[in-house]
Design a binder for this molecule. Structure first.
Ligand code: BGC
Length: 738
């Protein structure tokens, strides 16, 4: 059986036990003085620590049993969780109990007993809300469940850019644009940490495909990386000060991410001034002193690595002077500092009750704003009270809604609504949350005849659809960690949709996907609603959207291509290579990612970045841009010009008049989400981060002086107004902070 440790070798546990507790009054504890800074507190406790105790803090264990390798986690670990790092009880330093992650409190697959917790929509879904307040609330909710479940570290905050739409983990991330992804994921991290627990941001960096993730070498021009993938991390980090950064499995420009001096020591710690700690992804450490000296502070998830690199080997490296004592101190200090900074030491985590009803409302609000109405011919949606017969087809819509797989899998109260689907082992199981769209649709259409057809036979589905007022076809793409996914829907679903659309021209497709998919049937269907993986309350949310109880307000955080030939890479690199063969992925497109690529190459996408329809309409007017004191402020009016209440997402794009060495014709410079009653109007003002006007070159952000075009649009391809503004030349140091 394939397990997530398939590549790791069996090794015995090398534990460095913390010294037993001393009498409580043996040491006075100035570090518990909350009036001191986190740095002062970390330094104070560090002074009291032995070398062995420091070594304990930097060495993490997998927290689940792994029968295959005869591994049991240390006593004190929370069962079925991602990680455990022992504490130093004699000094009042608690263990670090680490849980996955981005949509809720996960359970590792092998665990018999699943934690049943509230799940948010996928990260991509939350990004599609374009609503940082909602992302913060969602983060606060799952962080509170983490705390109530006994965890003080949440391994959330996935912000790798969608460079590769087939990446099986895109659903965990925040889309293709550094500003949108950094803003949304940063808000979620801040929400998580508001519970006085640490969150990570991950996977640093360029873990942009799963095929060969442990060995591939992502090649990219370092300056272009600063303007794309790294900028997403930079934005997320400065918006949320995550306690930890998780370095990735892959190599970047010839060195593994967790032993990459450029990524860790230079960019993260020196240039961005990151004060927290770097933890490795599970099995992403490949060395002792090379990693430590390159900036890795904590080794995670023993026994995922081929051999233990921290613990005894690190102790020996310090003793031999291959790693300095000062560096070991720095590693431990960074961990302690983050724990003090968030409050994880002052407020112990204690398992406690969870308000599931309140949390269901939080995730439902997220799902309702995440859904993107891609197409709505003749305003077939929302469904009205006159609908008498509805056929619901496919995707187990009678039972529940799909979720993404892998380590982030969060299990729902009530269990998997559709157990037994393949793969049942890693990276599965495939989990449906028991929130039935069919039941919710029936509840909103009490006078209609609503039937369900499972969709396994297109001809049968077409017959059922033929006489109905409307056919709702649910179609899905299951994506997961450790695999990449084709953009073509599996299991004959394209044929199913074609057959239904041929039988009933009032056909609506509801997509549950991790990211973009191809839609060869698009012209034949009336409407398409993309609901991503909508989380615990997804069934109710989709019914509310279909019936207009909620007006769709999601916008695409990612471009939907029309065809694979439009992508920078026709095929995924590394497919079909012998296991273990190292290969490069050449990101020669540099920062020209997503819509920037489509704009630069003048390609017509299926649906552009930023696109999303509403049951009302919005007018955008009065665009102004003021460049003053080194900043660019853009303001405009948004008006609800339709008949329904709704939320618009005005988007500001910027571009230098002459190109000025930019990677693309335009960049997203700012956005806002506004809720307006029919006829109502509001004035919006957004500040454009100067880095988004700059090119990163020779170690600095350089803004070329001159004329810039400021565009106001409803999507990256629906620009409603544009003006010019003169911006003075400016150079921002690499350490620039807004
Ligand atoms: C994943 C991480 C996760 C870790 C712990 C790894 O396989 O890449 O995202 O946090 O496992 O479960």
């Amino acid at each position: 059986m394939i397990t997530r440790f398939a590549l790791a070798l069996g090794v015995s546990v090398v534990a460095l036990a913390a010294a037993g507790p001393a009498p409580a009054d043996a040491v006075s504890r100035p570090w518990m003085d909350v009036s001191l800074s986190p740095d002062a507190r970390a330094s104070a406790v560090l002074k009291e620590m032995s070398r062995d105790e420091k070594l304990v803090l930097v060495f993490g264990y997998f927290s689940s049993t792994d029968k295959g390798r005869n591994y049991s986690p240390p006593a004190g670990a929370r069962p079925g969780a991602a990680g455990y790092v022992a504490g130093v009880p004699r000094l009042g330093i608690p263990p670090q109990w680490q849980t996955d992650a981005g949509i809720g409190v996960a359970t590792q697959g092998a665990a018999q007993q699943k934690r049943e917790r509230t799940a948010l929509p996928s990260g991509m879904g939350t990004a599609a809300t374009w609503n940082p307040d909602l992302a913060y609330k969602g983060g606060a909710m799952i962080g509170s469940e983490a705390r109530s479940s006994g965890f003080n570290v949440m391994l959330a905050g996935g912000v790798d850019l969608v460079r590769e739409p087939r990446n099986g983990r895109n659903f965990e991330y925040g889309g293709e644009d550094p500003l949108l992804a950094g803003t949304m994921v940063g808000a979620q991290i801040a929400g998580i940490q508001s519970n006085r627990i640490v969150s990570t941001v991950k996977h640093y960096a360029l873990n942009d495909q799963e095929t060969g993730r442990g060995i591939l070498d992502a090649r990219i021009d370092p300056d272009q990386a600063r303007m794309s993938d790294l900028l997403a991390f930079e934005f997320a980090i400065e918006r949320s000060s995550p306690g930890s950064v998780m370095c990735a499995y892959n190599q970047v420009n010839g060195a593994h991410a967790c032993e990459n001096d450029w990524l860790l020591n230079q960019v993260l710690k020196r240039d961005w001034g990151f004060r927290g700690y770097v933890m490795s992804d599970w099995g992403a450490t490949h060395s002792t002193e090379r990693s430590v000296n390159a900036g890795l502070d904590q080794d995670s998830g023993f026994p995922f690595d081929k051999e233990p690199y921290f613990g005894a080997p690190l102790k020996a490296a310090v003793a031999a002077g291959r790693v300095s004592q000062q560096r070991l101190d720095d590693m431990a200090r960074r961990i302690l500092r983050s724990m003090f900074a968030v409050g994880a030491i002052d407020q112990e985590v204690v398992p406690g009750p969870i308000d599931f009803a309140a949390h269901a409302a939080v995730t439902r609000a997220d799902a309702e704003q995440a859904a993107v109405l891609l197409k709505n011919r003749d305003s077939i949606l929302p469904l009205g009270p006159d609908v008498r017969s509805i056929v619901v087809i496919g995707s187990h819509a009678d039972k529940g809604v799909l979720s993404g797989g892998g380590s982030s899998q969060t299990y729902p109260a009530g269990g998997n609504a559709v157990p037994g689907l393949q793969p049942t082992g890693w990276p599965g199981p495939v989990v449906y949350y028991p929130s039935s769209p069919l039941d919710a649709i029936r509840a909103l259409a009490p006078n209609a005849k609503v039937i369900f057809v499972d969709g396994s036979d297109p001809a049968e589905a077409a017959r059922a659809a033929a006489g109905a007022d409307v056919a709702l076809v649910f179609a899905n793409q299951w994506a997961s960690e450790s695999i990449d996914v084709p953009l073509t829907l599996a299991d004959n679903q394209d044929a199913l949709i074609e057959a239904v659309a041929a039988a009933n021209k009032r056909s609506v497709v509801v997509l549950e996907t991790g990211g973009p998919v191809l839609m060869p049937w698009l012209d034949r269907v009336s409407a398409v609603l993309e609901i991503w993986y909508p989380g615990t309350s997804g069934g109710g949310a989709v019914a509310n959207l279909l019936f207009g109880r909620i007006n769709p307000s999601g916008r695409l955080p990612v471009t939907f291509p029309r065809d694979l030939v439009q992508l920078p890479r026709l095929a995924l690199d590394g497919v079909g290579l012998p296991e273990g063969q190292v290969f490069t992925v050449d990101y020669s497109e540099g920062a020209t990612v997503g819509y920037k690529w489509f704009d630069a190459k003048n390609l017509q996408p299926l649906f552009p970045f930023g696109h999303g329809l509403s049951y009302t309409s919005f007018g955008y007017e009065g665009l102004k841009a003021v460049s003053a004191n080194g900043g660019l402020t853009v303001s405009f009016r948004v008006r609800n010009t339709g008949a329904a209440r709704g939320m618009g997402v005005p988007q500001v794009y910027v571009s230098p008049a002459g190109g000025a060495g930019w990677e693309a014709p335009k960049r997203l410079g700012g956005f806002s989400k506004v809720d307006l009653a029919p006829g109502a109007e509001t004035v919006v003002s957004v500040k454009v981060d100067p880095r988004l006007l700059a090119v990163f070159r020779s170690g600095a952000w350089r803004i070329a002086g001159g004329s810039y075009k400021v565009m106001l649009g409803a999507s990256s391809r629906d620009i409603r107004q544009s003006i010019s503004v003169t911006v003075p030349a400016r150079t921002l140091p690499v350490t620039y902070r807004p």
